[in-house]
Design a protein around this ligand. Structure first.
Ligand code: 1PR
Length: 524
């Protein structure tokens, strides 16, 4: 029986699913006594350092947890569950950590995108039973803006390189803690988890321990989901966002089945977009929650859900906040939520008032769950102009002239799935959302969606050069070369495709085989 410390933030369902998949039972801790009597304790810290310590305090968990840790009983901390062991964090300098491992938690100060999101490797610093059965060179899933700095380097089990070399796991006696997420790291992550659960004896160093590591570019599969006219929830796919063919909603498969297939084929991440979420009541849309719950039983890579994340009032007049909607998605197995239409309205208000109000969905969700949990989905459309002075927007010079020979354009934000254009450009939207606390941009392109013409490199460059958070390039993938192009001609951290994967025109494995040796990727 494994005790799981859930203090009510973020996605612990995936970890429960991973442990159960390995044949162990999970008991969720509901009192300090449960911590003190645990045989093995797993602490999947999620969210932000300050709110995590606050919640642990509120529930009276701090004292039992420190007692448990001082007794050197088996403990696995994951992500914030690692950071919590230290004295304090720059994320919330006034809040004390557990102080079990002397040292602090610092924010990345680097030129690369922060958060550090994606699959990276491990430099092994000492043998550990944790690594039995690994060969070296495996990649694991990270998502964080802060990293631990121990005073005593003898606790360091692994480091990872991301412009700087940072500590990615520690071990002291029976206390193990990782910055990466084993439960989100595919079969190698499950393997490490199994080594902890089964307390495999021996101290193994993988045969091919690496000396430096590199973050992989991610290949993301996207599933646009909605109900068709018969009321079945289906994966659909648009051509420039039009998902109907001869009047019917295109049906390309069942969401849970397709997500499982993409996981098995090596997708680094899976995104579900509830494309009619803007007009439905998200918490009444139980099938979407069910999709997440079922998917997270079999899929051990990160899951993002978008569509309908906003404040709303249901038919009975009850008000829900975007934070409540997001919380329900996290509880059902999502690691990140993506905000589309609401982000546009938030930025419009921000520009009008000239300041943050602290209550927008972006600010509230990132405050509680961390910025890495908030993705902004942008649905832009190209608008040509003859001169940059024609509009009060951020305009770029384009190599693809417009219908009247215009050599400039701007990217107009839309809401409600491209149905309504707004007086706001995609670059400004991305910049303001970053300021408000968003952790990643999902950059679609209505002009390229479903066309197979390749990604809009100009769009991706102008947005990714304007922000320091990672950008997922989306829309238009139609050939293997398009993935190479987007990774070598832009700073995109990930490339997303839908149609070519759904129609089995190009399998994910073919994309990875093509990129192998040319671009850093995760091999599966
Ligand atoms: O506005 O917060 O409720 O979120 C709604 C979400 O649904 C947004 O993320 C929006 O992008 C998405 N959405 C709304 N309508 C559509 C539609 O297609 N009619 N899908 C839609 C957007 C675009 C991509 C697609 C890529 C790759 N889908 O995600 O998967 O373009 O396609 P390709 O590789 O086939 O070219 P809110």
């Amino acid at each position: 029986m494994i005790a799981l410390l859930d203090y009510g933030a973020g996605n612990v369902r995936s970890l429960t699913n991973a442990i159960e998949r390995l044949g162990e039972e999970v008991r969720v801790v509901s009192s300090g006594e449960d911590i003190l009597t645990a045989g093995k304790l797993v602490f999947p810290g999620v969210g932000a350092f300050g709110s995590m310590m606050h919640r642990l305090n509120e529930r009276g968990y701090i004292e039992p947890l420190t007692t448990y840790l001082h007794s050197n009983r088996p403990f696995l901390g994951i992500c914030l569950g690692l950071q919590a062991l230290f004295d304090y964090s720059e994320e919330a300098p006034d809040v004390k950590g557990l102080g079990i491992i002397p040292g602090s938690v610092k924010r990345f100060v680097i030129d690369r995108s922060v958060p550090h999101i994606g699959w990276n490797g491990l430099n092994l610093k000492q043998p550990s039973p944790f690594f039995n059965g690994l060969v070296g060179g495996e990649k694991f899933y990270f998502v964080h803006s802060y990293h631990v700095v121990p005073k005593d380097m003898s606790v360091v089990l692994t480091t990872t390189d991301y412009e700087c070399e940072f500590v990615s796991s520690i071990q002291r006696g029976n206390i193990l803690a990782t910055q990466f997420h084993p439960e989100k790291s595919g079969r190698f992550g499950l393997h490490i988890l199994k080594n902890f659960l089964r307390a495999v004896p021996g101290h193994a160093l993988p045969k091919a321990a690496s000396e430096s590591t590199q973050l992989a570019k991610r290949i993301v599969a996207c599933l646009d989901v909605r109900s068709n006219d018969h009321g079945d929830l289906v994966v659909t796919k648009g051509d420039q966002y039009d998902v109907r063919e001869s009047g019917d909603v295109r049906n390309l498969g069942k969401p849970v089945d397709l997500a499982r297939r993409y996981y098995q084929e090596g997708a680094d991440e899976i995104i579900f977009l509830n494309i009619t979420g803007f007009r439905d009541f998200p918490l009444e849309d139980m099938p979407m929650l069910e999709v997440l719950q079922q998917t997270s039983k079999n899929v051990f890579v990160p899951l993002t859900i978008g569509g309908g994340i906003r404040d709303y009032t249901d038919k009975n007049g009850r008000n829900y906040t975007a934070l409540e909607v997001a919380a329900e998605y996290f509880r059902s197995g999502a690691d990140k939520v993506s905000i589309g239409s609401d982000a546009v309205l938030i930025v419009e208000n921000f520009i009008k008032s000239g300041r943050k109000n602290g209550r927008s969905s972006i600010e509230e969700i990132s405050r509680v769950y961390g910025s890495q949990a908030v993705v902004i989905s942008i649905d832009p459309r190209r608008v040509y102009v003859s001169s940059p002075d024609d509009v009060a927007h951020q305009v770029i010079e384009t190599t693809t002239p417009g219908p009247r020979g215009e050599s400039f354009c701007w990217y107009q934000c839309t809401i409600k799935g491209g149905r309504e254009g707004r007086d706001l450009d995609a670059i400004t939207l991305a910049q303001v959302c970053e300021q408000l606390g968003a952790g990643e941009i999902l950059l679609n392109c209505i002009d390229r969606d479903g066309t197979n013409l390749g990604f809009d490199i100009e769009l991706i460059n102008c947005v990714s050069n304007a922000v320091s958070i990672p950008v997922i390039a989306s829309s238009g993938a139609g050939a293997l070369e398009h993935f190479y192009e987007v990774f070598t001609q832009t700073h995109a951290e990930a490339a997303l495709a839908a149609g070519i994967f759904h129609r089995r025109e190009i399998p994910i494995a073919a994309v990875k085989n093509y990129l192998r040796g040319k671009v850093e990727i995760r091999l599966y």
